[in-house]
Write a protein that binds this ligand. Structure first.
Ligand code: IPM
Ligand code: MG
Length: 387
């Protein structure tokens, strides 16, 4: 029996709704894979601020450190936009990333065949797109010092942030990106703004140095403005993209939209060793649709699949969840955000109906295979633990 203690931080907005569906999915796979889950549910973000006056309490942080992995829904909303910066819901997320040293953020943007018509781009442009954005997550402008807003003598103000990277910070994210590219058998494109920024000049130099250890991975460099354009023009040219924090924030939203909806994407945030990791959908808390049971739980569900893969080396369970999602989409079930086509068999479902359908499909798939008491993941993802 494998016992895993999960810090479940549903957060704000649609967070609790999508988290409920992800938990159903986790419960559905547990007996086949001999897992015993302990869910440690805690408040985070605005929900924590409302109760404790802070978006992340020390108790919750302690709990997180005692867990095998963190599952996070989403944080933030208009209700908390006026409060001071350090107490905003988003701060909780940034603090978790920093405290847990989750420097590597993996954001896969993969097109599901049955959703090709849901993309705003032509089908021939996006068919077969399968991109992994590796975003640096604990450096750059998000955390760089100095930063602040200061008063100027003329009565106006000056706001400033610093984009800063050290050799070590670039090296470790480059290593992750090269490992991912190697594992996927794909090219690596490093994205920067080396024609303007010194931080990028160093970035390019260090990534190039690291590439000497990975002769099997083809490395290219691209300026971020060009990358934004190329993602729309010809996304199939990309395999793995590695980039710094802010560029990665922006480009991963863009890459996500290729798939038709930002609601479809999960992500993994990994630290230096595998007992520190957080999994969350890349979308936000969507306060405009919260509480209506119409959110898309797939990004959250796919995040749990990533957790099984990267934290627990249960790649087989991850693949089965991904296949179940694909099968449900193939059947024509759509949440509102991906309800683009009027075709036979295509119908709109609620958030919980989507979760139930994925579970039903999972149960069906699991009934066709032998229970997996052995850890078979190694043959699927040999390098997953070393990343
Ligand atoms: C993301 C989000 C966060 C970020 C926000 C909520 C702080 O946009 O995970 O992409 O900017 O990193
Ligand atoms: Mg973002």
């Amino acid at each position: 029996m494998k016992r895993f203690k999960i810090a479940v931080l549903a957060g704000d907005g649609i967070g609790p709704e999508i988290m409920a569906e992800a938990k159903k999915v986790m419960m559905a796979v547990k007996s086949n894979f001999n897992i015993y889950w302990t869910f440690n549910e805690q408040l985070i973000g605005g929900a924590s601020y409302d109760k404790f006056g802070t978006p992340l309490t020390d108790d919750v942080l302690d709990e997180v450190f005692r867990s095998d992995a963190v599952l996070l829904g989403a944080v933030g909303g208009p209700k908390w936009e006026a409060i001071e910066y350090d107490l905003r819901p988003e701060r909780a997320l940034l603090k978790l990333r920093k405290e847990l040293q989750l420097f590597a953020n993996l954001r896969p943007a993969k097109i599901f065949d049955s959703l090709i018509s849901a993309s705003t781009l032509k089908s021939e442009v996006i068919e077969g797109v399968d991109i992994m954005v590796v975003r640096e997550l604990t450096g750059g402008m998000y955390f760089g010092e100095p930063k602040g807003i200061e008063a100027l003598p003329n009565g106006t103000e000056r706001g400033f942030n610093t984009m800063v990277y050290t050799t070590d910070e670039i090296e470790r994210i480059a290593v992750v990106a090269f490992e991912v590219a190697k594992m996927r058998g794909e090219k690596l494109c490093s994205v920067d703004k080396a024609n303007v920024l010194e931080a990028s000049e160093l970035w390019r130099k260090v990534v190039t140095n690291v590439s000497a250890d990975y002769p099997e991975v083809e490395l290219s460099h691209m300026y971020v403005d060009n990358c934004a354009m190329q993602l729309i023009r010809n996304p199939k040219q990309f395999g793995v993209i590695v980039t710094e924090n802010t560029f990665g924030d922006i480009l991963s939203d863009e890459a996500a939209m290729l798939t038709g909806s930002i609601g479809m994407l999960g992500s993994a945030s990994l630290g230096p060793n595998r007992n520190r990791a957080m999994y969350e959908p890349i979308h936000g808390s969507a306060p405009d649709i919260a509480g209506q049971n119409i959110a898309n739980p797939i990004g959250m569900i796919l995040s749990t699949a990533m957790m099984l893969r990267y934290s627990f080396n249960l790649d087989r369970a991850a693949v089965i969840i991904e296949n179940a999602v694909e099968a449900v989409l193939k059947k024509g079930l759509r949440t509102k955000d991906i309800m683009y086509e009027e075709a036979e068999g295509v119908r709109e479902v609620t958030c919980s109906e989507m979760g139930d359908a994925v579970v039903e499909e999972l149960v069906r798939i699991l009934s066709t295979i032998e229970p997996d008491t052995e850890d078979q993941s190694a043959k699927f993802a040999p390098d997953a633990r070393e990343l």
